[in-house]
Design a protein around this ligand. Structure first.
Ligand code: NAD
Length: 351
């Protein structure tokens, strides 16, 4: 069964979610396309798995569908890949009326999305997320970017897709580490917005069977937040729960040896533990979070001395001005922003 989830951003679009829906990509794309050309952008892992299927569906619907696959991995989310994409678009005679199809995880979605946002001042694109993280998080909300040597996601744009096509069946080829990574964002959504989702995750004893419904629920949570705050001026900040310290952990480890999901898990644990100590979150909340993180194979222990992590977070945010916004919980499903002078961050964590 296919579910259609509308997103009312400045440029509205629908998320089509359903098992096996990848085979319908041609007819779905045709429903929003202005021409019969669609460039598929993917990576070297996803291309061999799903490229031919997507291309066949597009061609059956009358599209010319050239495919470009860049080397899989975060290291490819950079300016060189962006330039290669622009060249491929130009060589494929892509015009502003045509389509870009981003087929892959968050790296493909972010890089292809930014290429689409900037090529000829903006080409329509369709997100076809193939990781759990991309399905529940990065494909919804219109943030696109590439990394610079100086930092992650520094060059980017808000560019809403024309459509998102989300097929949970593609997750059967995803490895356990990437499933856990997506589960980190799902736990985050439950923590900030939904006690029922939290309860469902605690009770769940067959994740693969439950995933399509869980994905739909998470897409709606992210959709609701993004609709209220498309450009991250307020409410969207809540999606950063666990990310301030999570990013700091990733940075200290030079983005090596810990996945983003694992780092966010550690970040959610730490921020809640210390919010409890500061009397800002009810005691017992961190135990509730830990229960889920552990169940879904995510870490809670910080792999580095806390002092190093807190100082990295402090340095990172110094550029943003005198204050830091911490996302804390009043309880499961109820997040709020606590603003603190950056200089007070070490005291908050008792370091
Ligand atoms: P990823 O795109 O690198 O995918 C992880 C790995 O899984 C890659 O090796 C990929 O080739 C492989 N893969 C993808 N789909 C597969 C499938 N179905 N079967 C087998 N292998 C598959 O990483 P990710 O975790 O999806 O995304 C991380 C990126 O997302 C980061 O760059 C992050 O900054 C970005 N992100 C963006 C947003 C946003 O709002 N735009 C939000 C969160 C994260």
């Amino acid at each position: 069964m296919t579910e259609i989830i509308p997103v009312q951003t400045g440029r509205p679009y629908d998320i089509h979610l359903g098992r096996g829906i990848l085979n319908d990509i041609g007819s779905l794309a045709a429903s929003v396309a202005r021409t019969k050309k669609a460039v598929i952008v993917t990576d070297t892992n996803v291309g061999p798995l799903y490229g031919a299927q997507v291309r066949a569906s597009l061609e059956a619907a009358g599209f010319e569908a050239p495919l470009y696959a860049f080397e899989a991995g975060e290291a490819s989310k950079n300016m060189q890949t962006l330039l290669a994409l622009y060249s491929f678009f130009a060589q494929s005679d892509l015009t502003r009326a045509d389509l870009v199809i981003a087929l892959g995880g968050g790296v493909v979605g972010d890089a292809a999305g930014f290429a689409a946002a900037t090529y000829m001042r903006g080409v329509d694109f369709i997100q076809v997320p193939t990781t759990l993280l991309a399905q529940v998080d990065s494909s919804v909300g219109g943030k696109t970017a590439v990394d610079l040597p100086e930092g992650k996601n520094l060059a980017g744009a808000f560019w809403q897709p024309r459509m998102v096509i989300c097929d949970p069946d593609v997750l059967h080829t995803l490895d356990a580490e990437n499933i856990a990574c997506g589960m980190g964002e799902i736990v985050k959504h439950a923590c900030i917005r939904s006690q029922p989702l939290y309860d469902q995750l605690v009770a769940c004893d067959d994740l693969p069977a439950a995933l399509p419904a869980i994905i739909a629920e998470n897409v709606k949570i992210k959709r609701d937040v993004v609709e209220h705050d498309e450009r991250e001026k307020g409410e969207r900040m809540l999606l950063n729960f666990g990310h301030t310290l999570g990013h700091a952990v990733e940075k200290c480890l030079h983005y090596n040896g810990i996945s983003h999901g694992a780092a966010v898990a550690v970040g959610m644990h730490l921020i809640t533990r210390y919010a409890e100590k500061n009397g800002l979150t009810p005691v017992g909340t961190v135990t509730q979070i830990d229960t889920l993180l552990t169940k879904y194979h995510l870490p809670i222990d910080c792999p580095l001395p806390l002092t190093n992590v807190v100082h990295a977070a402090q340095n990172d945010k110094k550029r943003a001005g005198g204050n830091i916004n911490l996302v804390l919980l009043r309880g499961i499903g109820d997040a709020f922003v606590h603003t603190l002078p950056i200089a007070d961050l070490p005291a908050f964590f008792g370091v």
